[in-house]
Design a protein around this ligand. Structure first.
Ligand code: ADP
Length: 202
């Protein structure tokens, strides 16, 4: 099958996407490429929280404790962070969400925010990758980025938290026919092309 590498959507299209997948599935890399392709911002909760840790803000101090343990921050904290971020002018034409929502409570919170704005969700891209592959990627990332939560024990815990807290979102969004499954084991280019074909084919 030949799929176009050039996105069909133009600069005026509006699109709201959620990226879903376990740690190490490659969401972050693809989020970056989607920003370039569709000209909408990426909202990455992990990056926002790591930024807060670096600033040493009250949120950062709290986030640091949870992140080191591979635990999720409380839903109300994340929801107020995202409520503020989603109301920024750059989100008017849409956004790519990576790392949010991560629990059913967060998904319900996002629903309420979007309903208040009167805007729809377009796609939930579910990145599918075997555990062994994502663990391998996280080990490589650890040597490159030195992320404190990429150590083996914490990785296993994060995978467990993903299964327990986040995987139920697949059913939640499947019930609304929003889930698009993306095989995420190919090269970065292949995965990107696949995502573009899914988005543009809709
Ligand atoms: P990964 O997907 O590889 O686990 P992230 O960068 O998305 O990494 O998240 C790192 C950490 O940030 C999580 O383990 C958690 O502590 C915190 N975090 C990020 N997003 C959320 C969220 N939506 N709700 C609660 N905690 C979050």
């Amino acid at each position: 099958m030949i799929v176009s590498a050039v996105p069909i959507q133009d600069e005026t299209s509006v699109m709201r996407i959620i990226l879903l997948g376990q740690p190490g599935c490659g969401k972050g890399t693809q989020a970056q490429r989607l920003v370039a392709a569709y000209h909408i911002p990426k909202l990455i909760t992990g990056d926002m929280l790591r930024g807060a840790v670096e600033e040493g803000s009250a949120l950062g101090k709290m986030a640091d404790t949870y992140m080191r343990r591979g635990e999720l921050l409380p839903d109300d904290i994340i929801l107020s962070l995202m409520r503020e971020r989603l109301s920024a002018p750059d989100c008017r034409r849409g956004y790519i969400l990576d790392g949010f929502p991560r629990t059913i409570a967060q998904a319900n919170g996002l629903d309420a925010l979007m309903a208040a704005e009167g805007v729809p969700l377009d796609h939930v891209l579910l990145f599918e990758v075997p555990d062994a592959e994502s663990r391998k990627r996280l080990r490589t990332r650890r040597t490159v980025e030195h992320r404190l939560d990429d150590i083996d024990d914490t990785v296993l815990h994060r995978l467990d938290v993903y299964r327990r807290a986040t995987l139920p979102l697949v059913k939640f969004y499947e019930e609304r026919s929003l889930v698009r499954r993306i095989p995420a084991t190919g090269s970065m280019d292949e995965v990107h092309r696949h995502i573009c074909s899914v988005i543009d084919g809709s």
